[in-house]
Design a protein around this ligand. Structure first.
Ligand SMILES: Cc1cc2nc3c(=O)[nH]c(=O)nc-3n(C[C@H](O)[C@H](O)[C@H](O)COP(=O)(O)OP(=O)(O)OC[C@H]3O[C@@H](n4cnc5c(N)ncnc54)[C@H](O)[C@@H]3O)c2cc1C
Length: 340
């Protein structure tokens, strides 16, 4: 059997590993020994016990796969470097995703230390009288939804550099989210940036100072591609791929998910769809068949506002209320159930 190395066991990496583990000799390399359902993390910050429902150790469900817990530090057209090892491959998929400010996402952690960090952050949240969330995109809005519904008595501020929330989404979705949060006492600072934090004071670009016992940064993702040569990457660090998700000049090396340069919103759904194309293309290379190009498809977006409210956006349709919240819960359960 040929050797397939998959770097990163997130949404994209696991889709590939599970599809190809009986056709190839598969090695999964990840710096942490467990899968974590990232969209569920924000709820974990206010309800730490939720963690057990959204994490699963690779050892508990991966069969017929060699798992290596290491951080990849280099890659060539024929092997992957991590620690002191060089792992050779015939096919390789980079699915290292992206980083987000801790504690929302963390690398190089085991389950126990991850739990410790999330509990510690939760304690700081409970103690804080005033909390500032910097960034009113999808993650910032969802986090504020959790805070506003869990802690109605806290002073909550949101700083956002644009004129309205959820700039990448429809204005109907933004209006609903803003109304929902305002009704629960959230104060908005639009067209402002967080400049600095000193002690319990947050300074914003207009010169205002906000009380901030705790600041949560929801300011976007950074691709995790430090181990890849600079000439393979865009200025923002995404690995450049062709339409078949291959690294140009290296037909046996693919990139799927947040780490690649495909111009679309970086979501778990897109990562999984890209992974399915990579699976087809690896099989096509083996069979000498035509490769399939990845094409963007608009997918429904679910935005939670606490546990019992949310927004479903699909093309021009925007549906708000309990049903999107239920669907979000259902997707989480379904994704975790798949890992058996
Ligand atoms: C707060 C938040 C909320 C979100 N909500 C949603 C949502 O509701 N719906 C949605 O569709 N998307 C959502 N997303 C986006 C979604 O989580 C990402 O798009 C998705 O995780 C990308 O999948 P991936 O497989 O590319 O990477 P990831 O899921 O990030 O997995 C990458 C894996 O690679 C490992 N890794 C990284 N670098 C190395 C290295 N050098 N060596 C070894 N291993 C490495 C990491 O440990 C990780 O396990 C959200 C993201 C955030 C941050």
């Amino acid at each position: 059997m040929k050797r397939l190395v998959v770097i990163g066991g997130g949404f994209a990496g696991l889709t590939i590993v599970r599809a190809l583990c009986t056709e190839f000799q598969v090695t999964l390399i990840d710096s942490k020994p467990f899968f974590e359902f990232t969209p569920g993390i924000l709820h974990t910050l206010v309800e730490p016990n939720h963690m057990q429902r959204i994490q699963k150790s690779y050892a508990s469900f991966l069969k017929d796969v060699v798992y290596v817990q290491e951080t990849v530090t280099g890659i060539t057209s024929s092997f992957v470097m991590c620690g002191t090892q060089k792992i050779p491959y015939e096919y390789c998929v980079i699915a290292t995703g992206s980083s987000y400010k801790a504690p929302i996402k963390e690398q190089n952690v085991v389950l126990a230390s991850r739990a410790h960090h999330l509990h510690a952050f939760h304690k700081r949240m409970v103690k804080a009288n005033s909390i500032v969330v910097a960034g009113g995109g999808l993650a910032g809005v969802e986090l504020m939804g959790e805070l506003a519904t869990h802690y109605p008595k806290k002073q909550l501020h949101m700083i956002h550099p644009h004129a309205r929330l959820l700039s990448a989404h429809s204005s109907a979705a933004a209006r609903y989210a803003e109304h929902f949060l305002r009704k629960r006492g959230v104060q908005f600072h639009f067209n402002e940036r967080l400049v600095s934090v000193m002690g319990t004071q947050a300074h914003v670009s207009s010169g205002k100072t906000l009380s901030a016992d705790l600041v949560c940064y929801c300011t976007g993702i950074v691709p995790l591609t430090a181990f890849v040569p600079p000439s393979w990457k865009t200025k923002r660090g995404h690995i450049i791929t062709n339409a078949f998700l291959q690294v140009p000049r290296f037909p046996h090396l693919f990139v799927a998910g947040d780490a690649n340069s495909i111009a679309e919103e970086k979501t778990a759904q897109h990562a999984e769809r890209q992974a399915q194309v990579v699976v087809r293309n690896i099989r096509a290379l083996e069979e000498g068949e035509k490769l399939q190009a990845y094409t963007h498809r608009v997918s429904p977006v679910l935005i939670s506002l606490g546990k019992y409210d949310g927004i479903l956006e699909y093309r021009k349709i925007v549906m708000c209320g309990w049903l999107p919240a239920f669907l979000k819960w259902f997707v989480e359960r379904k994704e975790m159930w798949k890992l058996h």
